[in-house]
Write a protein that binds this ligand. Structure first.
Ligand SMILES: [Zn+2]
Length: 261
């Protein structure tokens, strides 16, 4: 019914400890920042709105390549789409690398969880630096829909409430030749979704390899979260929505150039 295209808008460098709770903070990995294009049923829907253009190479102390309006326009152009053609913009959550270019989508209705919206203006202390209030406040002037929990957006597209990484993160269930779940940052990478049972080499967006030891739990939490118990509950909710092999994490380099559906 739909096709799903993860489009790379930027690259961000972060310590392994962001992707993996208690992971090494001195090993740096390069991850893609995606915007996700969903097309079908006469609609063009985008999930997330990218990261801002770096200043002197950095955004919030993270080294970033690409990004900004140019990054979004180029990413969409690679799929033959312009920002004004997007009729719905789903923001999985309001961290700075998911909302920066929202203003470009002024023909779109914008879907955000109400709990995420409230939390962005009064975040937990450790999240104060990952919400850009000036950017988020401008969304108020747009065609914004605050959603309370799971929500059917259209035939074959549903918002799925998955709190834990943030207070109001939402994934997107899409019928695309099988049921897919775009998990946003609930899972940064396939590492969080399929923790290795044996020693494993993680390859980042630049081909750098980092050894990851075996992990005993069914899911590997990321380093950034607001509630770990809720995070694990949301993992099992995700599995009730889509099979493990059809859950797509938010920043995995292996998704660059892929098309689903
Ligand atoms: Zn995030």
């Amino acid at each position: 019914m739909y096709t799903i295209k993860p489009l790379k808008q930027a690259e961000i460098m972060a310590p392994l400890g962001v992707v993996q709770m208690l992971g090494d903070m001195s090993s740096l990995i390069v991850a893609p920042v995606f915007v996700w294009l969903i097309e079908g049923n006469d609609r063009k829907i985008l999930v997330d709105a990218g990261i801002q253009e770096p200043v002197n190479g950095f955004v919030h102390n993270f080294p970033v390549l690409g990004g900004g309006e140019k990054g979004i326009r180029e990413a969409l152009a690679s799929a033959g789409v312009k920002p004004e053609e997007i009729d719905a913009l789903i923001l999985t959550h309001l961290h700075f690398d998911h909302v920066a270019e929202t203003e470009l989508f002024d023909n779109a209705r914008i879907y955000i969880q109400k709990r995420e919206w409230k939390s962005a203006f009064n975040p937990p202390i450790h999240y104060r630096l990952v919400y850009d209030v000036e950017v988020i406040q401008k969304i108020e002037e747009m065609d914004v829909c605050l959603v309370n929990g799971d929500f059917k957006l259209d035939e074959g597209i549903e918002l799925v409430f998955l709190p834990g990484h943030t207070q109001g993160l939402q994934g997107v269930k899409v019928e695309a030749n099988g049921t897919y779940l775009l998990a946003g940052d609930h899972f940064y990478s396939f590492l969080n979704l399929n923790p290795p049972k044996e020693q494993f080499e993680l390859e980042d967006a630049r081909g750098n390899k980092i050894a990851i030891p075996p992990y005993p739990l069914p899911f590997m939490p990321p380093g950034l979260h607001v509630d770990l118990t809720e995070w694990f509950d949301s993992c099992f909710k995700a599995l009730s929505v889509a099979k493990r092999k059809r859950i797509l994490p938010g920043h995995d380099p292996s998704l660059i150039g892929k098309v689903f559906g």
